[in-house]
Design a protein around this ligand. Structure first.
Ligand SMILES: NC(=O)C1=CN([C@@H]2O[C@H](COP(=O)(O)OP(=O)(O)OC[C@H]3O[C@@H](n4cnc5c(N)ncnc54)[C@H](O)[C@@H]3O)[C@@H](O)[C@H]2O)C=CC1
Ligand SMILES: O=C(O)C(=O)Cc1ccc(O)cc1
Length: 381
């Protein structure tokens, strides 16, 4: 199954990253964008060439334009590249397919797809060849798609080093409402509250707030289109959150009402009925985090986090990683938190629980200050 030469239409973050990944894998990629400057930047970062493709030679077309532009650009691609498989990377799939049914295009050569990777940034400047490495990439064949077209898209996913998941269009849209679009809106609501927080209070912001609000920094124009295209699947999710927010408020109100006045003033633990109503919400949150699959879609893994103090001096990080490497421990995830008052940072290392004690001992022996964040709360069976 060949995917060369390929044409990428829309050379923003995702399109240029696809171009870079395919180019790095040895494929010839032609770039098109309605903004010539985007196409030029994409070519500059190694996504492909601005030379026009020969229409009849193209094997694969990847459409990476904003959601509202997807259907007409896909239809145009099916006409201009008569032997090519055409896919798109759009975040919502059903509306695009419906528009294709209503067109005169050769729908058999279209198989939609969706890499579950990206960022809060837009445009080709932040494109990366490794954006999709080890990330899930959904392929959504339909009742009229040719097997050869699906196989070609599978080859694209492999060339971008992603993990394919084959999924029905409607199931995909329901899934992204839950794992991508609702989380996006939660991030937006939280970040929006910050516009009312005085600057001196924002100085207290820690990593948790940054984690929760990162994706709220995404392009509102793009997200207006994504959310609009998936409103049918999104609305029940929003209503469920609305109900849960109501329950949460009630649990906290009951807790407050159940405390004697002196305890309330001193901020002591609640003893009223509300305290016990709040806990299930917190425990459900812990349970939810544990359901998120680990790398490569594997079963969720609970890592242990060690926190190592690092002096804010040149070379400290590389010495620390050299030490971890010598201990023979694989680091699954890292996060850095800076201490604004001391010349220090805190590096949180997520490691296999079976290796954590040995690493802690080795790092302490090498002179590092190693701690561990509070353990997770116990969960009911
Ligand atoms: N941003 C993200 O993290 C992810 C986005 N997606 C999907 O990928 C697609 C592209 O998103 P991004 O790369 O983030 O957007 P972007 O804004 O970085 O890039 C979009 C590009 O399409 C071009 N364009 C717009 N209309 C066009 C048209 N009619 N013909 C040719 N070029 C056109 C723009 O000039 C721009 O270069 C969207 O459909 C989005 O839903 C999928 C996965 C992740
Ligand atoms: O930045 C992130 O964490 C994302 O989740 C990016 C993203 C945005 C839109 C998609 O359709 C898929 C992925």
């Amino acid at each position: 199954m060949t995917i060369s030469p390929a044409v990428v239409i829309g050379t923003g973050l995702v399109g240029a990253s696809v171009g870079c990944a395919l180019t790095a894998a040895g494929h010839r990629v032609h770039l098109e964008d309605r903004s010539l400057s985007h196409a030029r930047v994409a070519a500059g970062v190694g996504a492909g060439t601005l030379d026009p493709a020969v229409g009849t030679e193209v094997a694969l077309v990847v459409v990476a334009v904003p959601p509202n532009a997807l259907a007409p650009v896909i239809i145009d691609g099916l006409h201009r590249f008569p032997y090519a498989t055409v896919t798109d990377v759009g975040s919502v799939k059903a509306g695009v397919l419906n528009a294709l049914w209503d067109s005169d295009a050769d729908v058999a050569r279209y198989v939609g797809s969706h890499p579950m990777a990206g960022s809060q940034f837009s445009g080709p400047v932040t494109a990366r060849a490794d954006l999709f490495t080890d990330r899930t990439w959904v392929i959504a064949p339909h009742r009229k798609s040719a097997q050869a077209a699906t196989d070609t898209v599978r080859e694209l996913v492999r060339a971008c080093r992603a993990q394919e998941v084959i999924m029905d269009v409607d199931v995909h849209d329901a899934a992204v409402a839950r794992v991508s679009h609702l989380p996006h809106l939660m991030s937006v609501l939280m970040a929006g509250r910050l516009t009312e927080v005085p600057a001196e209070q924002l100085q207290l912001a820690g990593q948790g707030l940054r984690d929760v609000t990162r994706i709220a920094g995404s392009d509102p124009g793009l997200w207006q289109q994504i959310l609009g295209a998936n409103s049918g699947a999104l609305l029940p999710e929003l209503r469920a959150i609305q109900d849960q927010l109501g329950e949460l408020i009630k649990a906290i109100e009951d807790d407050r009402a159940g405390r004697p006045e002196p305890a309330r003033r001193n901020g002591q633990d609640g003893t009223g009925a509300g305290a016990s109503e709040l806990r299930p919400h917190l425990e459900r949150g812990v349970a939810g985090t544990r359901r998120i699959p680990g790398k490569h879609g594997a079963a969720p893994v609970q890592y242990r986090r060690l926190v190592v103090e690092i002096p804010d001096t040149p070379g400290a990080l590389s010495r620390l990683f050299a030490g971890v490497g010598q201990a023979g421990v694989n680091v699954e995830d890292i996060a850095i938190q800076h201490d604004p008052d001391r010349q220090l940072g805190y590096l949180s290392l997520a490691v296999d629980p079976d290796q954590a004690d040995a690493l802690s001992t080795a790092m302490t022996a090498a002179g590092w200050v190693v701690g561990e964040p509070d353990p997770s709360p116990d969960l009911p069976d």
